[in-house]
Design a protein around this ligand. Structure first.
Ligand SMILES: [Fe+2]
Length: 229
């Protein structure tokens, strides 16, 4: 079992709590149940950039699996802790990281997307625009660097625009599998590079998906995350 992952568990718990992805039913976190969040748009609303079929499967099946896996991992850990069986609790840490990260990442992802006919696409404005220009040179350069990060992911993972909590500077990070962004970085904008996010529509042409998704980025949400103290 991975002791590193187990040590990361409090960070993941904090991130899940902070994002609202898991709402404690009481003061004890483990009693809270994760639930699949509703989308603020229809499955077909991101077309033609992301097909309705992908959105339906991605949200109702893939994300639901992470929700179920997270609740199951939390239940198992709570039961093991109540019996003082910390070896058993620790052995669940990789599952907690995977499903908890999957739930958190997708919750953030749905919120940072919006139909092109509404607030999706275009470019950010205000303080976020200035920060992107300061830290990446220009919006275009930022978008290219993010797409390069996405293309460089081997296997499944995510690319994130993040804010360093100490310096306030923006940066790009990638995460393998469902590893969440925790610790010093605040996740602002995540793009899912798993095959389940594009394959039905784009097949092996993932660069086309990475280009198309910019048409449905919800910059209002990203700005709100950036401006959050
Ligand atoms: Fe996904």
């Amino acid at each position: 079992m991975s002791s590193t992952l187990f040590r990361a568990t409090p960070l993941l718990r904090g991130a899940l709590r902070a994002s609202g992805a898991v709402k404690p039913a009481s003061a004890t976190f483990v009693r809270g149940k994760a639930t699949l969040p509703d989308l603020s748009y229809d499955y077909g609303a991101l077309e033609p950039h992301i097909s309705g079929k992908i959105m339906e499967l991605h949200h109702s099946k893939h994300h639901q699996t992470y929700v179920n896996g997270l609740n199951s991992a939390l239940d198992t850990i709570a039961e093991a802790e109540s019996k003082g069986d910390f070896t058993k609790a620790a052995s669940i840490a990789p599952l907690l990281n995977f499903h908890g990260g999957g739930h958190l990442n997708h919750t953030l992802f749905w919120e940072n997307l919006a139909p092109a006919s509404r607030e999706g696409g275009g470019e950010p404005d205000g303080a976020l625009k200035k920060a992107i220009e300061a830290d990446f040179g220009s919006f275009d350069s930022f978008r290219k660097q993010m797409n390069t990060s996405l293309a460089g992911i081997q296997g499944s993972g995510w690319a994130w625009l993040v804010k360093d909590k100490s310096s306030g500077n923006l940066g790009l990070v990638t995460r393998a599998n469902q590893d969440p962004v925790t610790g010093q970085f605040e996740p602002l904008l995540g793009i899912d590079a798993w095959e389940h996010a594009y394959y039905l529509q784009y097949e092996n042409r993932k660069a086309e998906y990475f280009d198309a998704i910019w048409n449905v980025i919800n910059w209002k949400t990203v700005s709100k995350r950036f401006e959050k103290p």
